[in-house]
Design a protein around this ligand. Structure first.
Ligand SMILES: Nc1ncnc2c1ncn2[C@@H]1O[C@H](COP(=O)(O)OP(=O)(O)OP(=O)(O)O)[C@@H](O)[C@H]1O
Ligand SMILES: [Mg+2]
Length: 313
């Protein structure tokens, strides 16, 4: 697999603060890679090192085979960037902003097409300082695409967007991938990462505590799938004894751990003949958000207990 980004033993210290504390990961060319972690985990620091905006303290970083701190100018032509908290000249319009960026890069870009792509064409001639927060984000994304980049760094591109605007950005991210670009995405919306990302790394306190596909991470760190029954909680002991599967009470529902489809059928047959009252049932599986909260909630413990190497892949 061709690597678009390679990070080896990267550290970034600010005095006594280890913002990035020895991380290793690789982003494959053409994939959407989500970099997740709580506030202050080290995401933006890492992104800015990859973009060549700041140097690491030690370790090695390669973007498209180049060291961003050494070959920053060359790389700027090959990457697109939306910084966290994107700002721009207040008295320029989106159309002028795109024309300006195109002139800076020495490329021709159609402001109309780019603004249509991010659904901002109706504001093409509005002044930047009159745009809403979400509209500014959309302009940031359009600007990140002016130079037809191979790798796009999107630092929280959907923060503060309404649900429809967020979906519009998702569809742009999907189309970037379909065009063969690599997307490095940070987000606090875990469902977004689960939907869009081919692979994920979770960083906490400057250290990567899990990497893998969303499915891998949920499978490795999540709880087993459960059949949840809204019914008489007194069934728990008998159900456990007679069906032989672990049963617990979860938010007032009876939850049976199931390992295969046969298990669910066994439980439902038992339920029908047992005489216990129930109103509904459904299967329930941990989401990426459930797993994230468990991992980040007690990351020291989690890395020790669940992954001796701190890595799923
Ligand atoms: N220029 C700086 N000087 C000193 N400390 C810094 C500097 N930049 C970042 N830090 C610290 O480094 C740590 C990581 O910050 P970073 O911005 O990378 O976090 P983040 O994961 O992007 O968080 P968020 O989700 O809030 O954007 C934080 O503790 C932050 O205070
Ligand atoms: Mg950040």
């Amino acid at each position: 697999m061709n690597a678009a980004i390679e990070v080896t033993k990267l550290e970034k210290r600010y005095g006594a603060v280890r913002a990035v504390d020895g991380i290793d990961f690789e982003v494959h060319a053409g994939e959407v890679f989500a970099f997740l972690g709580p506030n202050g985990a080290g995401k933006t620091t890492t992104v800015e090192i990859l973009e060549g905006i700041r140097p690491g303290s030690s370790g090695q970083v390669r973007v498209l085979g180049k060291d961003p701190w050494v070959h920053g100018r060359e790389l700027q032509r090959l990457i697109g960037v939306i910084p966290q908290d994107f700002h721009f000249f207040p008295k320029l319009s989106p159309r002028e902003a795109i024309d300006l960026y195109a002139a800076l890069f020495g490329v021709s870009a159609s402001a109309r097409n780019l603004l249509q792509r991010v659904e901002l064409d109706d504001k093409a001639d509005a002044m930047f300082d009159t745009l809403s927060g979400g509209q500014k984000q959309k302009l940031g994304l359009a600007l990140a695409l002016v130079n037809d980049p191979k790798v796009c760094f999107l630092d929280e591109p959907t923060t503060g967007l309404d649900p429809r605007a967020r979906r519009a950005i998702w569809s742009v991210i999907r189309s970037l991938k379909a065009e063969g670009r690599t997307v490095f995405l940070t987000t606090h919306y875990l469902e977004e990462a689960q939907l869009l990302a081919d692979r994920i790394a979770i960083i906490n306190l400057g250290k990567i505590i899990a990497t893998g596909t969303p499915g891998d991470i949920i499978h490795t760190y999540g709880r087993p799938e459960r059949l949840r029954i809204d019914g008489d909680p007194r069934m728990v002991d008998r159900l456990q004894r007679e069906v032989g599967l672990p049963v617990l009470l979860e938010d007032g529902a009876v939850a049976v751990e199931i390992r295969g489809k046969g298990d669910a059928v066994k439980v439902l047959n038992w339920l029908d003949t047992s005489g216990f009252a129930y109103s509904s049932f459904r299967t329930s599986q941990d989401t990426l958000e459930d797993v994230f909260l468990r991992l980040v909630g007690s990351s020291d413990q989690a890395t020790l207990e669940l992954s001796p190497e701190g890595d799923v892949t």
